[in-house]
Design a protein around this ligand. Structure first.
Ligand code: C5P
Length: 223
């Protein structure tokens, strides 16, 4: 119907940063607020989608009508996403840490006089967007990612869409001064096989509404 264009649709959304432990009290993280991903999950749920939000640590409240799985690390996020399949649409808005400490120390790393600072060896995290895009039979019909870029925005996003194997990339300009990362507004370009659409600057809330409408139209068209 008009009020629930996504009724019967299962949606999976990732949001927020991940925390990668160095030891029991320290971690590597990033400045993602989770605002965009949470808004997308809320917008999909409002349109009737059965929505699972897999979220890293954030101060954003759990959106109404959304099942929320709280995780900390990229590996936990990937496991929760796999468990969340099957889904018709996946939106990867999380700022997943590219690397994690290869070995998280079991005890707090102690500082001592004369002791050299510890070296933290890093290892690569799973790429959740690429993993969902390559999920074979279990692949969501529509897989959407974000590309935060500071230069050659559309060029890099177009390459990223192909490299990740996803259907759409929302390219956003996170250059210093745009206030995008951690801010309220977003300036995005929708990159798909059909080409590039420039969206006007709008709030992350409005980006979520617009994207949810586009998802509903696409799933209807392709069904
Ligand atoms: O490679 P890059 O981090 O620039 O790609 C960004 C997109 O990939 C975002 O949609 C992000 O959620 C997703 N991503 C992911 N898992 C990773 C790294 C990025 O899902 N390990």
């Amino acid at each position: 119907g008009l009020s629930a264009p996504l009724a019967g649709i299962r949606a999976l959304v990732t949001s927020g940063p991940t925390h990668e432990p160095i030891d029991p009290v320290r971690f590597i993280a990033n400045r993602s607020s989770g605002r965009q991903g949470h808004a997308i999950a809320a917008a999909l749920a409002r349109r009737g989608a059965t929505t699972l939000l897999v979220s890293g640590p954030t101060v954003e409240p759990d959106p109404a009508g959304v099942e929320v799985k709280h995780i900390e690390t990229a590996e936990e996020m990937w496991a929760a996403c796999r468990n969340g399949l099957p889904a018709d649409v996946a939106v990867c808005a999380a700022a997943v840490a590219d690397w994690r400490p290869a070995l998280a120390a079991g005890e707090k790393i102690k500082k001592a006089k004369g002791k050299a600072p510890p070296a933290i060896a890093l290892t690569e995290n799973p790429d959740i967007l690429a993993g969902l895009s390559a999920a074979g039979n279990g692949r969501p019909r529509l897989v959407i990612g974000f590309a935060a870029e500071t230069e050659k925005l559309v060029e890099n996003a177009t390459a990223k869409r192909l490299a990740k194997g996803c259907d759409w990339i929302l390219a956003n300009d996170v250059s210093p001064g745009t206030g995008t990362f951690g801010g309220l507004d977003n300036l995005v370009h929708l990159v798909s096989a059909a080409g590039v659409e420039d969206w006007p600057r709008m709030s992350k809330q409005q980006v979520a509404e617009e994207l949810a409408d586009r998802i509903a139209a696409e799933l209807k068209r392709a069904s």
